[in-house]
Design a protein around this ligand. Sequence first.
Ligand code: ADP
Ligand code: MG
Length: 317
Amino acid sequence: MIELAGLTKRYGEKVAVNRLTFTVRPGVVTGFLGPNGSGKSTTMRMILGLDHPTAGDVRIDGKHYDRLKDPLTYIGALLEAKAWHGGRSAYHHLLCLAQSNGIPRQRVGEVLETVGLTAVARKKTKGFSLGMGQRLGIAAALLGDPRILMFDEPVNGLDPEGIHWIRTLMKTLAAQGRTVFVSSHLMSEMALTADHLVVIGQGRLLADTSMADFVERNAGSRVRIRTPQRERLLDVLHGAGLTVVETGSGAFEVAGSAPERIGELAAQHRLVLHELSTQQPSLEEAFMRLTAESVEYHAHADAAAGGQRWGDGWGRG
Ligand code: ADP
Ligand code: MG
C-alpha cells in the first residue's frame, strides 16, 4: 500500500505536485494518468524518497522510504527509460544490485527468466534495445520480490509485443496480490491495463475511481444513425427536440436518447434506417473532458499540437 497525504512539490514558482491525497491498494493495477508535465514522475520520485516533498507526506506500508529496511524487498520501481551505459552485462548489473541489497544471488537468474533476458544475460547492456532496457529495468524492480511495484510510463517507445508483455506482467503481479502503480499519459493504454484510476492535471487530483465507475460516469452514450432519407429524418429528430451532430461519411449522432426511441420515431414516419447503433464514447474523450482545463499551456496550443502533446492514443480524427 502506498499512502499520499497532501503531497506537494514546488520548484521555485512552479507547483509540480499540489496537495495530492490518495491511496494505492494491493491486488489491482492502479493507473496514474495525466498529461505530460502534470507531475506523475515527480510524485513517483517522492514515493521513492528521491525527491523531498515541499509539504505533505508519503508512506509505503506505513513507513517513509528512508525507514524501510532493505527497501527493494518492499517496493520495486522502473523510472523513466534510460540508456544503459556500459561494460556490465545484464547478469552483473543485477548481481551487484542483489549483493548490495541483501538479496539472494539465485533471484538474479529468476528475474532474468521472468523478463525473458536469459539468453542475453551475459551480453553487455550498452548494446541493448529500448525494449531490452525496459525488461532489464523491470528485472531490477522485481529482484527483491517486493509486494509493491511502480512503473513510470513503462510502455513508452516499446513495440507492440513489448507493450503486450508489460500489460500482461502488470496484471499478473496484481493478481498475485501485489500493489501495482503505473503511470501513463495515454488513456488508451490505461483502459487496457488498469482496474483503478488516479487522474491528475497540473499536479492536482482530478479523479480517484475504479475504471468501471470512470467509464460509467464520464461516458454518456450516443446513438449513431445512417439513413438514405437524411433530410426527412433530421426534420423528425429536430421536431422531437433532439440535438443531432453530423459525424461525416453520411452518418449523424444523437446524444441523450435511447436507440429504441429513435427507431420508433423513424418507424412512425416510415423512414428507412441503414444503421442504428449505440456508441460508447472513448475513454480518451472522457479523460479529455476531465483534464481539459488543467492541461498546461492549453491557452496557446492549437488543436494539432494539443493532439500530439497527448500522444498517439488521443486522436479521434
Ligand atoms: P509528468 O511525469 O507527469 O510528465 P513531471 O513530474 O515530470 O510530470 O513534471 C511536473 C512539472 O514539474 C513539469 O512542469 C516539470 O517541468 C516540472 N519539473 C519536474 N522536475 C523539475 C525539476 N527538477 N526542476 C524544475 N521543474 C521540474
Ligand atoms: Mg513523467
